[in-house]
Design a protein around this ligand. Structure first.
Ligand code: HEM
Length: 510
């Protein structure tokens, strides 16, 4: 019937009829044009890059959350910017708009515009990789990888199977902290998370916490440096004129060398496992990938590199911020300790799935840490359909970046937004807490530390399990105070603490 009508009156007539019906509908408001979205003035050739110049520019590429706050104050909840002329980026501050972005990608393969130089590096090396890997590939090729890897990586039982080994590594780490006097604990945290990542990725114990591996030229140290070098180069390589597309710039070269090393280790580990025919006990994740006929060695090497790249710094910095807040807020530290002592009768009682299920305050501490210090300013997407945000039409193909880090510190959404109050995330009204600090209802698109939807963090369960075990063990066995300056963050793609992690740990003999 509809086809017949369509044939009779033609497309143009339908459009006119639709437009007329809209204009007579009093509730219909035509979206405002994309070009009218307010934002900083972009100049020919240099775009808004002049605003990011050191010393004289009002913005900085390493202070994305501060830029976000000042753009919100000046231009409002939706801001359009052409950092490079002709390439719009839209910064999105309203949780209702953030929800629309994620809802619009339902049923599609969500796309990100990031890690472009890494994509080039890997596509140039087709003898080692099939594509840019999970992080930098978009479209159906991304989904081919994601579908197969997440079957294994996100399966709850697979994550639980690593709990015992994780706990043993964390116990060793806590023993080290108890007598370590470091000017900056960050590198020790990185060693812990490299160890835990390699356990899952390569099924090996790197011994990253050992005396030998703590040497600056050891394999662990070089892997940690390679991940940091790559992560901190990506944002700069992704923005600006991207000259590395035409010739090897010094920063691209730095990233290439870091990736060369990471790939060398990944290749060695994966090949070794592939040749190892011994069958023992339960299958590791790597063994499950190697048995999967829809994946080949190149896919697995790419995935191993992605995991090293995304697994170490993220959890390291989250730990730094969580311990900073707990050290500064002794009430919260004591509450976590009470929970840990109730769940773990003595210092070496094993952490079980049941322990984690009941660790509600520990989980609230992590959520509050993510509210105040998320690992990224927000989530980036390339829109795949036209969307109306804050009354403006934003066309398909536009890069949008949600500003969760900025809005999570606004008083319109959170009481005392700059205070660390884990209790705001506890639902149980019997809990000892001040009713005024319990959030009434928080929009679910406000705190999104792991992203959202099918493209969200593939290792979320592992990361959360590792962090929960760590907080429980540290608070069960150690007491700690902060000896450094107030801690803020710098945006190096992911948010890095802007000062040393100075903590004084004291053993608790209970
Ligand atoms: C505190 C810890 C972590 C945080 C906060 C975090 C956060 C994120 C975020 C925000 C994304 C992008 C999500 C999106 O675009 O919607 C992501 C993606 C990813 N994460 Fe994590 N992550 C963490 C730990 C890890 C760990 C431990 C690993 C691996 C061992 C990992 C591997 C990945 C990978 C491979 C992706 C790309 C997924 C894809 O594009 O399909 N992450 N993570």
């Amino acid at each position: 019937m509809y086809t017949r009508v369509k044939q009779c009156i033609g497309r143009g007539t339908i459009k006119k009829l639709y437009a007329r019906s809209c204009s007579t509908d009093p509730s219909h408001v035509e979206p405002k044009p994309f070009e009218d979205i307010p934002g900083p003035r972009s100049l020919p050739v240099i775009g808004t890059l002049y605003k990011y110049l050191p010393f004289i520019g009002e913005y900085s590429f390493v202070k994305l959350h501060m830029n976000g706050l000042s753009k919100l104050k000046r231009y409002g909840h939706l801001v359009r910017e052409e950092i490079v002329p002709g390439e719009s980026v839209v910064w999105v501050f309203r949780p209702e708009d953030i929800a629309k972005i994620f809802k619009a990608e339902a049923g599609l393969h969500p796309k990100r515009r990031s890690h472009l130089a890494l994509l080039k590096y890997r596509t140039d090396r087709s003898n080692i990789y099939n594509n840019g890997g999970l992080i930098s590939t978009n479209g159906t090729e991304w989904w081919r990888l994601r579908r197969e890897f997440q079957k294994v990586l996100s399966k709850p039982q697979n994550v639980i199977d690593y709990l015992e080994d994780t706990d043993l590594v964390v116990q060793e780490f806590v023993r080290l902290c108890s007598h370590e006097k470091a000017d900056d604990f960050l590198s020790l945290f990185s060693r812990l998370f490299l160890e835990l990542t390699c356990l899952v990725v390569f099924d090996i114990k790197m011994q990253s916490l050992s005396e030998k591996e703590r040497h600056q030229n050891s394999r662990s140290s070089r892997l940690i440096n390679a991940a940091f070098t790559t992560n901190s180069a990506i944002l700069k390589l992704d923005n600006g004129p991207m000259l590395w597309r035409f010739f090897e710039t010094p920063l691209y070269k730095k990233m290439r060398r870091a990736q060369n090393y990471m790939e060398e280790v990944a290749l060695e580990m994966v090949t070794q496992k592939n040749q190892d025919t011994s069958i023992c006990g339960k299958q590791s994740l790597l063994e499950q990938y190697l048995k999967n006929e829809t994946l080949d060695i190149k896919d697995i090497v790419g995935m191993a590199c992605d995991m090293l790249l995304a697994g170490v710094d993220t959890t390291t910095y989250t730990t730094a911020f969580a311990l900073y807040h707990l050290a500064k807020n002794t009430d919260a530290q004591e509450k976590l300790r009470s929970e840990a002592t109730a769940l773990l009768k003595d210092r070496t009682s094993p952490i079980t799935p049941e322990t984690l299920k009941n660790a509600t305050f520990t989980k609230a501490v992590l959520k509050e840490t993510f509210r105040m210090n998320p690992i990224s300013v927000g989530i980036g997407r390339i829109l795949q359909t036209d969307v109306v945000l804050s009354g403006y039409r934003v066309p398909r193909g536009t890069v949008v970046v949600t500003q969760n880090q900025v809005i999570c510190r606004l008083p319109e959404y959170f009481d005392k937004p700059n205070s660390f109050i884990p209790e705001r995330w506890l639902r149980d009204s019997n809990n000892i807490m001040d009713q005024t600090t319990r959030e009434k209802s928080v929009n679910p698109y406000m705190v999104l530390p792991f992203g959202h939807g099918p493209r969200s963090c593939i290792a979320r369960r592992f990361a959360e399990q590792n962090l929960q075990v760590l907080l429980l063990r540290i608070c069960r066995n150690l007491q700690f105070t902060w000896c450094g300056e107030p801690l803020g963050s710098l945006s190096f793609l992911i948010n890095v603490p802007d000062g040393p992690i100075k903590i004084n740990f004291k053993n608790l003999h209970v």
